[in-house]
Design a protein around this ligand. Structure first.
Ligand code: ZN
Length: 134
């Protein structure tokens, strides 16, 4: 069994897992709320709105769906972070092999790369894709 080179002490690991679990709960609650809003967009008693209202409702639904997608992506990132914690690769940048750094992990526990590699990675990606996967 390869051991992690990162000083991921037990208390730190506990804090990380707790932070990830909290964030996942938040995301799941928000997704549930958005899905409910999408299922019953307006009270049935409302008279049918004019075109502007309809357009607004449609845009709103699209924004909500985009948000749900983004939250689901983040839940996936949380799950991947848990996997890295479990297999001991957490906190190691896969691109350069250096430690990601405690401050960055504190700010963003699901960060996969160190700041330098993440910047490079984002520069390499086409802009349209960046907007989709942000
Ligand atoms: Zn790196």
């Amino acid at each position: 069994m390869a051991k992690s080179t990162l000083p991921l002490t037990d208390p730190l690991r506990e804090r990380l897992l707790a932070a990830l679990a909290r964030r996942e709960d938040e995301l799941r609650a928000q997704i549930a709320e958005l899905r409910e809003a999408l299922e019953c967009p307006t009270p049935a008693s409302e008279p049918p709105g004019d075109d502007a209202d309809l357009a607004f409702a449609r845009t709103r639904a699209e924004i909500d769906r985009d948000l749900i997608d983004r939250y689901l992506i983040e839940i996936g990132e949380i799950e991947q972070a848990r996997g890295r914690i479990a297999d001991g690769t957490f906190g190691i940048c896969p691109d350069c092999g250096n430690e990601i750094g405690r401050e960055r992990i504190k700010a963003n526990p699901v960060a996969r790369r160190c700041t330098d590699c993440q910047t490079l990675h984002e520069r390499r990606r086409p802009r349209a894709l960046q907007a989709l996967t942000r």
